[in-house]
Design a protein around this ligand. Structure first.
Ligand SMILES: Cc1cc2nc3c(=O)[nH]c(=O)nc-3n(C[C@H](O)[C@H](O)[C@H](O)COP(=O)(O)O)c2cc1C
Ligand SMILES: Nc1ncnc2c1ncn2[C@@H]1O[C@H](COP(=O)(O)OP(=O)(O)OP(=O)(O)O)[C@@H](O)[C@H]1O
Length: 141
């Protein structure tokens, strides 16, 4: 089984590791698609360059391959990777049925599932790139 996860992954945190571990446990191969900066329009754009985010994610043990996303069509990398499962993040804004419909239109046989959220394991654990950046600004700027 080949599983795909996707997201921005600007500053890595334990929530990302939880998502990757869950994806890897669902199959043999975990592929991660890194969102292009130009496509991150619903929140602040990433601080780190596209290739740096790909290289950091690709260096993690549970990730078999990290791919730069396509700039115009998010289904181009999916067609190339040909996964069995697309694992959406617990809070990702994409709608399962919209993605399933787009996959069916293109003749891609792949299921869409939703990942769980990591529960905090100690006080002060930060689960969001935005929160880490806010903390840096408060404590260091
Ligand atoms: C199946 C799937 C494939 C995606 N492929 C790409 C892609 O090729 N290029 C890209 O820039 N974003 C891609 N995205 C979008 C990003 O992963 C992401 O959802 C969004 O741009 C960043 O927001 P998020 O990190 O809050 O999810 C894809 C999303 C999904 C669900
Ligand atoms: N606490 C968490 N538990 C499980 N998955 C998480 C957690 N935090 C983020 N993820 C998942 O990691 C993927 C990438 O997250 P992304 O880098 O886009 O945003 P983020 O880490 O939530 O930061 P922010 O939205 O503040 O920029 C998403 O699919 C998201 O659901």
């Amino acid at each position: 089984m080949r599983v795909v996860a996707q997201g921005t992954f600007d500053i890595l945190h334990p929530g990302h590791l939880h998502y990757f571990r869950e994806g890897k446990a669902m199959g043999e191969e975990l592929h991660v698609i890194i969102a292009r900066r130009s496509n991150v329009t619903h929140k602040d754009q990433p601080v780190l360059p596209d290739r740096q985010r790909r290289d950091m994610v690709g260096a993690l043990d549970m990730v078999d391959q990290a791919h730069l996303g396509h700039t115009e069509d998010i289904f181009v990398p999916i067609e190339r990777i040909d996964p069995d499962i697309i694992l959406l993040g617990h809070d990702q804004h994409h709608d399962e049925s919209d993605i399933e419909a787009a996959l069916a239109d293109r003749g891609i046989d792949c299921s869409v599932e939703r990942a769980s959220e990591r529960e905090p394991q100690y006080n002060g654990e930060l689960f969001s790139t935005g929160q880490i950046i806010d903390r840096i600004c408060t404590e260091r700027c």
